[in-house]
Design a protein around this ligand. Structure first.
Ligand SMILES: C[S@@+](CC[C@H](N)C(=O)[O-])C[C@H]1O[C@@H](n2cnc3c(N)ncnc32)[C@H](O)[C@@H]1O
Ligand code: SF4
Ligand code: SF4
Length: 421
């Protein structure tokens, strides 16, 4: 009889030359070598019995003891993970599927890049079974990460079933949510689900500012109540703030409020000019806001920002992974370049539909068409080290080309992109 099993809280990853174990709750990583990966794979597939343990040499036994002491192996079979070995098979590596579960939403935010609202219908949405099939295929390809977004993911009645299934299949799942549709009972249910992080929209500590921006009275209060309930139950919440005219002047107070009253991590971004967010575009204002947002530095654990006041100096950018390591799937199954570069902006930004093609085919098409997409003068730009090429969505919104310079960044770095040969 087997009495040691691989703990479902972990996944074991083989990615190119690298092997590692990852805790799905804390996202803590442990490096492995190829041999230890294969040993874990064997235990994951077969379990270990007392007799197996007796036959192990001392090196193997101490490795197994280490795994047991760290709860990577457990004695309780109900905690066993069965789909938790991930051999990443895609080249280049497809690291994440960003999935819009629905286009429907209970709010109607002024800036929404998907232009979501209750006017949408669920008619053409991927069904529960279609989503499960996508998860199965992702697992076969060794993909372990889903980001779930919308619309509002919690308008779907099958959301718990989807989360459970993703959990069973060894996925790391993050959800983007406005958090207004939950209550204490629903939050209790979430405690058993393997969501690594809830990315919650938060626009202001002042109720009426957020309600006005989000288009529904009372939304702010519900969100704040639920943030506290989730925080108190140990669920990982990160606030996503979008910075614009509605909150720029009160940012300092907002940061203090989040740190003192809510005590959760937060991150900040500017409004992308897509969907209803197009209304807000102003290159110069953007440049200033981006510079400010970038002056909020990540702390060591990368889950919170440490604010640095002073000059808005243009700092080093990082690449978001567009055309490099993720696909964005809209609620109807279309596969697109990124959340704000979809078929809704232009049919050319969609590379197929997952109802008709496999993930592998779609990934091949995306890489053929958009692989390495970048600012076309990046290599010759005097600020090429600092600027990662800007945002392709902003470039597209202004020029109609995903390869154009992102003027908000050019302004910030003092670059005249027209003078670059
Ligand atoms: C599209 S929403 C979907 C999830 C959920 N309904 C929510 O609002 O949190 C995901 C995130 O994108 C942000 N967002 C929406 N439109 C945006 C835009 N034009 N620019 C930047 N962020 C935007 C939202 O504020 C939210 O944090
Ligand atoms: S940003 Fe989120 S909450 Fe607001 S309308 Fe869009 S999908 Fe809904
Ligand atoms: S031209 Fe503008 S967007 Fe392109 S790399 Fe230089 S600063 Fe960045």
């Amino acid at each position: 009889m087997k009495n040691l099993f691989f703990n479902r809280d972990y996944i074991c990853i083989h990615r190119g030359e690298k092997y590692y174990l990852m805790n799905r709750k804390t996202l803590q990583k442990f490096d492995l070598n190829g041999d230890s990966f294969e040993i874990i794979r064997y235990i994951h597939d077969n379990g270990l019995s007392k007799e197996d343990l007796q036959g192990l040499n001392s090196n193997l036994l101490s490795f197994v003891n280490y795994l047991q002491e760290n709860q990577i192996l457990v004695g309780d079979e109900s905690k066993r993970g069965l789909y938790h070995i991930k051999d990443l098979r895609t080249r280049p590596h497809l690291l994440k599927i960003f999935l819009e579960l629905t286009h429907r939403c209970n709010l109607k935010c002024k800036h929404c890049y998907t232009s979501s609202g209750m006017q949408g219908s669920d008619e053409n949405e991927l069904t529960t079974e279609e989503i499960k099939k996508m998860v199965d295929e992702a697992h076969e390809l060794g993909i372990w990460h889903f980001d779930l977004t919308g619309g509002e993911p919690f308008v779907r009645d099958d959301i718990y079933e989807i989360l459970e299934y993703m959990g069973e299949k060894g996925m790391i799942v993050n959800i983007f949510t406005n958090l207004t549709l939950l209550d204490e009972e629903k939050i209790e249910r979430l405690r058993d689900l393997p969501v690594s992080q809830y990315n919650v929209s938060f626009d202001s500590h002042i109720g009426h500012i957020q309600d006005e921006f989000r288009g529904v009275k009372g939304a702010h209060q519900k969100t704040v109540e639920n943030i506290k309930l989730m925080r108190d139950r140990g669920l990982t919440v990160q606030l996503n703030m979008v910075i614009g005219d509605h909150n720029f002047d009160t940012l300092d107070e907002m940061v203090s409020y989040i740190q003192d009253e809510l005590g959760v991590h937060f991150t900040a971004d500017v409004i992308t000019p897509a969907g209803r967010g197009r209304e807000y575009y102003d290159e110069y204002k953007y440049a200033k806001t981006i510079a400010y947002v970038n002056s909020l530095h990540f702390s060591e654990n990368k889950r919170c920002l440490v604010k640095e006041m002073g000059d808005f100096e243009a700092p080093q950018q990082t690449h978001c992974g567009v055309g490099d390591n993720f696909i964005f799937v809209t609620a109807n199954g279309n596969a697109n370049l990124c959340p704000s570069l979809t078929y809704r902006e232009s049919p050319e930004l969609c590379v197929g539909n997952l109802r008709e093609s496999s993930i592998l085919e779609i990934w091949g098409k995306l890489i053929d068409k958009f692989g390495g997409v970048d600012c076309e003068v990046h290599d010759d730009c005097p600020e090429k080290e600092k600027c990662a090429g800007g945002c392709r969505s902003r470039a597209f919104a202004v020029t109609g080309s995903v390869n154009a310079p992102d003027m908000s960044y050019c302004i910030q770095y003092g670059v005249d992109s027209k003078c670059i040969d």
